[in-house]
Design a protein around this ligand. Structure first.
Ligand code: GLY
Length: 297
């Protein structure tokens, strides 16, 4: 069992480490490093990390979320606390860029694991949240056709193991390009785009939600990793990504922490920005497809 708090984040399949993004992530990681060392609990850290990524506007989540095919932005988010096993996904929410903060506020308010659309907005309004003026109007010329399925880029997510060994995962997205209005991917689905259980591990997914859900979601990978020895993990991760690509025709990526506390990251897209913060070690990078050991060398 590894000790020491660890935080990993991703900026989505297809994300690019431009100079402004690099600068922003350096500052964000310094802040997260301080919070990690101060003993903040895993869920709070994951929420703060994803909130920063949402606020930046650089990625397809929060301020930067893409619109659906009718011109309207509807955001999805999911969060799970691996200690309490509280989990919640919110989908198709309009007017609220701070989705990680919203799901944190709603987590544990009921036993439900998923809430959607208008009723989430009403809950938020009733509890003092400001809903941004919905400037975007539905495109009246929108036709229901088969235009969905463009590459999904820039979903953001974070997994954390805190100083007490608790795990948490948060994932936030605007979805994929040109999707049908109302389409929901993996990100807000517990076990699909996010999962955390102290006995199993934590994972945040990115990529084409349809393919990720068809393979069984991110939790499937954690359960597979739990059944193999250390030397076999790279193969299991590669096989999982290959299966998503060859059988379900989608790219995917993730950051995770297995039940032994081992961090991991991999993806099958062209590139993905991901980072890690641990005691005396911070690293962010953009890498091509593959499996990445994220330990300090
Ligand atoms: N992975 C994000 C989505 O498919 O919506």
């Amino acid at each position: 069992m590894r000790s020491g708090p660890t935080l990993l984040f991703h900026c989505g399949t297809g994300s690019t480490l431009t100079a402004p993004v690099h600068g922003f992530l350096d500052t964000t990681m310094a802040e997260l490093d301080g919070l990690l060392e101060s003993g903040q609990r895993a869920l709070d850290l994951a929420v703060t990390c994803v909130s920063r990524l949402e606020e930046s506007g650089f990625f397809n989540a929060g301020r930067g979320a893409v619109s659906q095919a009718d011109g309207v932005v509807r955001r999805d988010v999911g969060a799970m606390d691996g200690g309490t096993l509280k989990a919640l996904g919110l989908s198709q929410v309009r007017g609220i860029p701070k989705m990680a903060r919203l799901v944190a506020a709603l987590l544990g308010q009921s036993d439900h694991v998923h809430l959607s659309g208008q009723m989430v907005e009403r809950w938020a309004e009733r509890h003092g949240w400001f809903l941004e003026a919905r400037a975007e109007k539905e495109d009246p010329t929108f036709l229901w056709d088969a235009r969905s399925g463009q590459a999904g880029e820039g979903t953001v997510g974070c997994v954390v193991r805190d100083s007490k060994g608790n795990l948490a995962a948060v994932t936030s997205t605007g979805g994929i390009g040109r999707m049908w209005p109302g389409r929901i991917g993996d990100s807000p689905i517990v076990g699909g785009g996010f999962y955390a259980d102290n006995e199993v591990g934590a994972i945040s997914m990115t990529g084409i939600g349809e393919a990720i859900l068809k393979v069984g979601g991110g939790s499937a990978l954690l359960f597979l990793l739990g059944n193999v020895c250390e030397g076999e993990k790279d193969r299991v991760v590669s096989d999982f990504l290959d299966r998503i690509k060859s059988r379900f025709l989608g790219v995917a990526g993730f950051v995770g922490i297995d039940r032994g506390g081992q961090p991991f990251a991999a993806h099958s897209s062209e590139r993905m920005v991901h980072g890690i913060v641990r005691k005396d070690f911070r690293q962010v990078r953009e890498v091509g497809a593959g499996f990445f050991p994220v330990e300090p060398s």
